[in-house]
Design a protein around this ligand. Structure first.
Ligand code: NAD
Length: 339
């Protein structure tokens, strides 16, 4: 069976999820829905995706702009097995999906309470098998879980402090800032800690966040207290056993997010995306055996993309084994070659 997947919201995340679905042999894109007939809508058609108007009244707006739509979102929902909702937060499509009797995945802008099930392929693939509604947490939360889940699983974590230096906005956005300021998030903890706990409820984590004027990546500085004594090499070995963690090295000249994204461009992947979380190998330090410090960088536009593909396989029970799903996804997207 080839699963029929709809994408609602074709922006930063939606267009990447659409391309990733199209790269699988066990699912296909039946259509993408957009609210506006902008350049991204036109690009969806050029790529061969059937385009639908997210709002039935918007059909005329599309027609006037000379953009051909195949119908409205209701039509698309009826034609699909599952919709990946990549619209901005609180767009409010749950009743429409419920009416169409369709499964749905939302992104990290939504609250955990929308689905009561948040997904990370390594941590809880099996828990989401057959689920109707699932949320893939944000880029930052996914990034934290990617490295913390393996540590907790293999070495035991008693306590985490994560300081998160967040990009101001995405490269394709010229509206948001800051453009010449550093903006601390005054809420304490930042929402990321509780969000990590939506997948790893027992993890004792505290997060502090600041926004800075960059668009390419987030950087996290972490201090982790471990239950079992370890070494730097043993920590690197733990991460090597889990998918979607890549290593970079200051000694190789990768001193900042600029070089990480240059390396990503050199990989010649779709859109120069880096789906893995990049950990600085020579930024990993263990003191007293049980206290670990490390730095990681998150390509916010793409790290959640493979998780969306695995969430589809889990919810539609196309593959019951999470490891096998991750391997298939990673092979299709070229993940795993930076180790
Ligand atoms: P975006 O603004 O880049 O794209 C949103 C898309 O939805 C656009 O195509 C827009 O035209 C369309 N849209 C807007 N209103 C709509 C509506 N009412 N109905 C249908 N389509 C509508 O947003 P994004 O960055 O892709 O974010 C989408 C979701 O993914 C959010 O929950 C966000 O928090 C989450 N997310 C974003 C990032 C990131 O770094 N950009 C990372 C991880 C998760």
């Amino acid at each position: 069976m080839t699963a029929k997947i709809a994408i609602n919201g074709y922006g930063t995340i939606g267009k990447r999820v659409a391309d990733a679905v199209a790269a699988q042999d066990d699912m296909r894109v039946v259509g993408v829905a957009k609210a506006r007939p902008d350049f991204e809508a036109k690009m969806a058609i050029r790529k061969g995706f059937a385009l639908y108007a997210a709002n039935p009244d918007a059909g005329t707006k599309f027609e006037k702009a000379g953009v051909k739509v195949s119908g409205a979102l209701d039509d698309l929902a009826r034609a699909a097995d599952l919709v990946v909702d990549c619209t901005p937060e609180d767009s409010g499509y749950k009743p429409l999906y419920e009416k169409a009797g369709i499964k749905a995945i939302w992104q990290g802008g939504e609250e955990h309470s929308l689905t009561n099930l948040s997904f990370n392929a390594a941590a809880n693939y099996e828990e989401c098998l057959g689920a109707k509604f699932v949320r893939v947490p944000s880029c930052n939360t996914t990034g934290l879980i990617r490295t913390l889940y393996p540590l907790d699983d293999q070495l035991g974590v008693t306590d985490v402090l994560a300081v998160m230096v967040r990009r101001a906005t995405d490269p394709g956005d010229s509206k948001k800032g800051p453009i010449n300021a550093v903006e601390p998030e005054l809420e304490m903890p930042s929402h990321h800690g509780p969000d990590v706990q939506s997948v790893l409820p027992k993890l004792n984590i505290h997060t502090i966040a600041l926004k800075v004027p960059t668009t390419i990546m987030h950087v996290h500085a972490l201090a982790v207290d471990l239950k079992r004594a370890t070494t730097e090499d043993a920590v690197l070995d733990v991460w090597k056993r889990f998918p979607r963690v890549a290593f970079v090295s200051g000694a190789d000249g990768v001193r900042s997010t600029a070089q990480i994204m240059e390396l990503a461009r050199d990989l010649s992947r779709n859109r120069a995306d880096l789906y893995e979380i990049a950990v600085w190998r020579d930024g990993v330090h263990v003191t007293g055996g049980k206290r670990l410090f490390y730095f990681q960088a998150v390509h916010q536009e793409s790290d959640v993309v493979p998780e969306n593909i695995d969430a589809i396989r889990s919810m539609l029970e196309i593959q019951k084994d999470g490891r096998k799903s991750m391997e298939k996804t990673d092979q299709s997207l070229g993940i795993g070659i930076v180790k």
